[in-house]
Design a protein around this ligand. Structure first.
Ligand code: MN
Length: 132
């Protein structure tokens, strides 16, 4: 059974791109358009990893990550922040919220699925850089 990734992203094009990349890399992918739906899915059936867009309608990705990391059912799931905002301040906010990794959009498609595989293997709270 392949590992499953939950992609929480409100932009349909980005969600589809991530789904295609990850499915091509051998993963099963579940998409959620909102943080609220993502939290519900993560609790029902914890995925191997969550890709979390930070900018979402309603609850944002930071609040959703804080919620995941404060819940015993979901705290060990690695969360990768996805954002178009690439400053050190944005990264610090994401890490403070509990995001295990931070990826700037547009994502680099080459090697992305392999990168996700390394993060799953490393588990939560074990920072790795994309080039490592
Ligand atoms: Mn968004």
């Amino acid at each position: 059974m392949s590992e499953r990734i939950l992609v929480v992203e409100d932009n349909e094009r980005n969600r589809r791109l991530l789904k295609d990349l990850l499915e091509f890399g051998g993963y099963a992918v579940t998409g959620a358009e909102t943080a609220e739906r993502g939290l519900e899915l993560a609790r029902q059936s914890p995925p191997s990893l969550i890709l979390m867009d930070i900018s979402l309608p309603g609850m944002d990705g930071l609040e959703a990550t804080r919620t995941l990391k404060s819940d015993d059912r979901t705290r060990t799931i690695p969360v990768v922040a996805l954002t178009a905002h690439a400053t050190a301040h944005d990264e610090a906010l994401a890490r403070a919220a509990g995001c295990d990794e931070f990826v700037t959009k547009p994502i680099d498609a080459i090697g992305f699925a392999e990168y996700i595989g390394r993060l799953i293997a490393a588990g939560a709270n074990t920072p790795l850089r994309p080039e490592s």
